[in-house]
Design a protein around this ligand. Structure first.
Ligand SMILES: *[C@@H]1O[C@H](CO)[C@@H](O)[C@H](O)[C@H]1NC(C)=O
Length: 180
């Protein structure tokens, strides 16, 4: 399937794994399939070269969102720190060239794989303000809204009474929110 350039070191490492071939071919070919550091080093935790919220956990043995089995992702909105070598609060992490996502729907954990999944945009709002309340783009006129901090959704809330008005950014009983 995927034709990666494997060094002889990789081949030797692979021989120690009975399921080497299935490890290598576990995921579809995509931009995320950079060379898995676990196939070179066997153990450990490694950052992902392209995306700041992703990392490799060589001890992990399940398939992650259809991708390579060692690939894992920090829980939104956390990011993987090169300093502590684990997931940390986003404001403590310097992505150092790796892409840094603020939108919850850019995290793989929130994206849909199968047909029985409610689209991410109905589960997570996208921040239209850096700090403060924001509405769900796909649920205008609903009681649901999010609270943003640094363009990230830090809380998902529901009006106790009424609906979330996208103009006043507050819960109102007489909603004019349907007239976008
Ligand atoms: C790596 O995976 C192992 C096995 O699933 C787990 O126990 C460990 O907590 C994981 N480490 C991180 C940093 O996610």
């Amino acid at each position: 399937m995927t034709s990666k350039a494997f060094t002889s070191v990789t081949m030797v490492t692979c021989l120690t794994y009975l399921l080497c071939t299935s490890i290598v071919d576990a995921g579809d070919s995509s931009s995320l399939d950079t060379e898995d550091p676990c196939s070179l080093y066997g153990t450990g935790i490694y950052s992902h070269p392209l995306e700041c919220q992703l990392f490799y956990n060589c001890s992990k043995n399940d398939l992650f969102e259809g991708h390579w089995k060692h690939l894992d992702e920090c829980k939104y909105p956390d990011l993987f720190s090169l300093v502590t070598n684990k997931c940390e609060r986003y404001h403590e992490v310097d992505c150092d060239g790796r892409e840094e996502f603020v939108d919850a729907c850019d995290y793989k954990q929130n994206q849909c794989l199968g047909p029985h999944c409610r689209p991410c945009g109905t589960r997570w709002p996208k921040c239209e303000v850096e700090n403060g309340r924001t509405h769900y783009q796909y649920m205008i006129g609903s009681p649901y809204y999010g609270v943003c901090q640094d363009w990230r959704v830090v809380e998902r809330k529901q009006c106790e009474i009424g609906r979330f008005n996208i103009v006043t950014k507050s819960c109102t009983i007489q909603s004019s929110a349907n007239s976008v």
